[in-house]
Write a protein that binds this ligand. Structure first.
Ligand code: NAD
Length: 287
């Protein structure tokens, strides 16, 4: 289309998980031929210094997407920093303007993990319209935007959280069940409607041998790997129960996670279209 999409990732401090996430995003940019750069700032960076960095990126024509990797050190106001990103470059979809556009059904840059869930359903030929969807988790990053995107696809949506009473019976109403609570294998057989489609967003590292035995006892290969390395990743849904009860499900690792990066690339490409004079207007969400 005559433009090379450009993504700038801003990494503050030395959180090891954040470093891996940013590295994977930059690799994805290379794979698709986009321009990418990582700005590494020290853990002592102030909110004002970070705001100035974002302002500079806002002003650079060849940068289409700005990603400030979360979490930020606690002394920095994440809210102020995210609000300083130009909405048309907000490829994470966390800016209040994009949140408002998503909620009011206007074209926007939507958060990547939730858009990835919709993409998985669509590409798997799983209908959303008219289905009952239950989302466990109400964070601004995953739960709420997922609920909004499912609603936009005409699902009937229920959002659950840590104060929901009788969670199992609410979850069992879901033809589509989305788990985004950040609690290892929290959703078990009693939460899953037989034949439901289960999307497991949770990424939880477990190191406890008894837990590993309980969650992965059916999978000797994984259990052996756990014994060798001393840790493993599990989702928010019990891996054996979901395999037995659901019609279809996303495994952890390897299910939802890679889609998050794919959707970031999709958002960066969509954002770059602002540089194509004929394209006009803001990009559609989940392009
Ligand atoms: P969060 O901690 O911000 O939110 C968790 C939500 O779950 C809260 O709304 C809380 O009310 C709810 N919750 C917690 N305990 C509960 C319980 N016992 N019953 C019902 N609801 C409960 O987490 P987040 O940022 O939304 O992330 C959720 C999970 O998704 C984490 O494991 C995170 O690592 C993972 N995640 C994965 C990706 C990906 O790319 N796959 C991206 C973002 C987050």
């Amino acid at each position: 289309m005559g433009v090379r999409p450009g993504l700038a990732a801003v990494l503050v401090g030395d959180n090891p998980a954040s470093q891996i996430y940013v590295r994977n995003k930059i690799r994805a940019c290379r794979r698709i031929g986009a321009h990418s750069e990582t700005l590494r700032l020290s853990a002592g960076t102030t909110t004002d210094e970070l705001l100035r960095t974002v302002e500079r990126l806002n002003g650079r024509e060849e940068i289409d997407g700005i990603l400030v990797q979360l979490p930020l050190p606690t002394h920095i106001s994440a809210q102020r920093v995210l609000a300083a990103i130009a909405p048309e470059k907000d490829v994470d979809g966390f800016h209040p303007v994009n949140v408002g556009r998503l909620v009011s059904g206007q074209p926007c840059l939507a958060p990547c993990t939730p858009s990835g869930l919709i993409e998985i359903l669509k590409r798997s030929g799983i209908g959303i319209r008219g289905r009952r969807a239950v989302v466990v988790g109400r964070s601004n990053i995953v739960g709420k935007p997922t609920a909004m995107l499912l609603l936009a696809e005409h699902a009937t949506v229920t959002v659950c959280h840590s104060r929901t009473s009788d969670l199992p019976s609410v979850c069992r109403e879901g033809d589509i069940l989305v788990a985004a609570a950040g609690r290892p294998a929290m959703l078990t057989r009693e939460h899953i409607r037989p034949g439901a489609v289960v999307l497991d967003v949770g990424i939880n590292r477990i190191r406890d041998a008894a837990q590993a035995e309980r969650f992965l006892g059916h999978d000797t290969a994984r259990l052996d790997r756990f014994r060798k390395t001393g840790s493993t990743l599990v989702g928010d849904v019990h891996p054996r129960h979901v395999a037995e009860v659901a019609a279809a499900y996303t495994p952890v690792p390897g299910g939802v996670g890679p889609l998050t990066i794919a959707m970031l690339m999709s958002n960066t490409l969509a954002a770059s279209q602002r540089r194509i004079p004929a394209s006009g207007g803001p990009p559609p969400h989940g392009a």
